[in-house]
Design a protein around this ligand. Structure first.
Ligand SMILES: [Zn+2]
Length: 142
């Protein structure tokens, strides 16, 4: 999955600002790459709850780019985030996430325990909890 973050980074790398002399900690290049990785990771593991990946990543990295590149950076981020989200959300449900953890329905049962049925890929709810999904998610599932 890190091919997404590396591709974003590669497209953005030439515009990243020079490190300030005496700057402490990781270089700007490393910060941008780490931010891309964190965002792609979150998208891969938790895309149901990750509402605005483009905005999140763009806000995390925009300070490392000059004003003149902001628009291009946003477009690159948006292109990859949209693609990555489509990719992760269309992956066949194996019942396990990319870390090997079991994926379970997002709902809580009437007894207050997490529902343990395998969810549908479109919205993360099992067939008996489809009524809890957001309306637009149901539209996509239909
Ligand atoms: Zn359920």
């Amino acid at each position: 999955m890190y091919r997404f973050s590396r591709s974003i980074y590669r497209e953005l790398a030439r515009d990243i600002l020079e490190d300030k002399p005496g700057q402490w900690g990781p270089s700007n290049h490393e910060r941008v790459l780490r931010a891309c990785e964190a965002c792609v990771y979150r998208l891969a593991t938790d895309w149901h709850y990750f509402a605005r990946p483009t905005k999140t990543l763009f806000n995390d990295i925009r300070i490392y780019f000059p004003m003149s590149s902001q628009e291009r950076v946003y477009r690159v981020v948006d292109r990859y985030m949209t693609f990555a989200k489509d990719y992760f959300s269309s992956m066949p449900m194996s019942g396990y996430d990319i870390e090997g953890k079991r994926i379970e329905c997002r709902a809580t049962t009437r007894r207050g325990t997490p529902c343990q049925r395998t969810p549908l890929p479109q919205n993360g709810y099992c067939p008996s909890h489809q009524h809890l999904a957001e309306p637009d998610e149901i539209a996509i599932a239909a």
